[in-house]
Design a protein around this ligand. Sequence first.
Ligand code: ATP
Ligand code: HMH
Length: 266
Amino acid sequence: MKKVLSIAGSDCSGGAGIQADLKTFSAHGVFGMSVIVSVVAENTSRVIDIQDVKPDMIEKQIDAIFEDIDVDAVKVGMLSQPDCMKAVAEKLKQYAPANVVIDPVMYAKNGCPLMNPGAIDTLIKTVLPLADLLTPNIPEAEKIAGIEINNVEDMKKSAVEIYKMGCKNVLVKGGHATGNALDILFDGNKFYSFDAQRIETKNTHGTGCTYSSAIASNLALGFELQEAVHRAKEYVTIAIQHSLSIGKGNGPTHHFYELYKNGLKK
Ligand SMILES: Nc1ncnc2c1ncn2[C@@H]1O[C@H](COP(=O)(O)OP(=O)(O)OP(=O)(O)O)[C@@H](O)[C@H]1O
Ligand SMILES: Cc1ncc(CO)c(N)n1
């Protein structure tokens, strides 16, 4: 059994964060584990409050896992403050796990902030260089690269700028664009496109968490990066097609094993 760890925030409403990650891991047939960095009181409409776990406790959770269990891949999600970022980065350096996918979460789908904007320098200097794959959405790529993104060429430009900051691969996600849901992967040499028809739905809470966790699962299962992203793109597209009208805001993606088992067909 492959073992995948999520280091992220808890979304009590179950659609994003650690909860989405664990559901995605199960649907991929890998064993999911979690280090909770922040407890977020949120739902499909709003973020009410965030309480960060103390850095010492974040470190102890990571120690508890790595002293006991071989980890095949790690997904890192919401890190709200510089202290949490430093704690996670130190431990990732210490244990140096394979297949680290980092989703630089800044805002929830409903626009509520999940990262202190003053933490972006720490994110770039301390966390970003530890990523085998960094998966910013368009607003996140704009903030990290410091450029405006209006088209696919701009997505590519931002990917190159972010790559130069020290991560091994960059996947700029096009969920916030118009037209097809097109994502651009840059591996330092070439660009690869992952395209899907845009699904007309407001239920896209947790799509980014689902996607990065699916990629981490596929890497743990032994797929090369391009194939891991390709399969994860299919998974997230189907999870959005079947997304649920739960709550009054942006409902969550749906994870069900039958879909995956039957070759990701609708
Ligand atoms: N309406 C949609 N139809 C099809 N694919 C979509 C749609 N919205 C997002 N996607 C895809 O979902 C994946 C996640 O991208 P997105 O840009 O939504 O992430 P995100 O903003 O980080 O998500 P979140 O912060 O809500 O977890 C990408 O592959 C993107 O292209
Ligand atoms: C805890 C958490 N992580 C990530 C996201 C981004 O969707 C969210 N809404 N909540």
